[in-house]
Design a protein around this ligand. Sequence first.
Ligand code: G6P
Ligand code: MG
Length: 215
Amino acid sequence: MSNVKACIFDLDGVIVDTAKYHYLAWKRLANEMGFDLTEEQNEQLKGISRMASLDILLGIGNQVFDKKEKVELADRKNTWYRECIIKMKPDEIFPGVIDFLNQVKAAGMKSAIGSASKNAMTILEQLGIVDYFDSIIDGNKAQKAKPNPEVFLKASIELAVAPEHCVVFEDAQAGVEAAKNGGMFCVGVGSPEILGQANMVVAGLHEMKIEMLDF
Ligand code: G6P
Ligand code: MG
């Protein structure tokens, strides 16, 4: 029997391609301020909170704003982002996700979402998959941005599964670090060049079989 008792999934970029909507909204904000955000630079923004992402973006563009202005900029980005996510349909769930969630359940393991996003519930409801998860820890429940492991540790507590029995699925460098900082095995979802720190890397959950967690 597997030593793994729970799977904790990041949302954006693992379950669904909201990462592209985040990127488009940040890029639009950067363009309005007169600079560009490349896809490579965008990797730094993945997995971390909205305000921490904004700080990195402003650093890239050498922009300085006070706190009130920063809140206004982040709100503007979030409005554009929400315009995209409220139109999402279940067919935007990545291939293999539902099948793998069913395999996790059939193996007697628990599942959770561990996301920095304050929009996570909106997305899960829009996709109709709230009930697949035994615990949902999002940016409203956890304050410390990845690579701090808080979001995953809170999921481990809610699931009542010790970190060494949890596997995290992550598409962001900061998320892989967070999983490792929390003492969890990490499956990187994406490219090995970017996620080299993960214990295992797959291109997407369609490549996952529950037997791969037999350790
Ligand atoms: C996820 C994404 C990040 C995003 C963060 C906050 O972790 O990977 O790119 O900045 O959530 O999302 P929010 O929906 O709260 O702005
Ligand atoms: Mg992600």
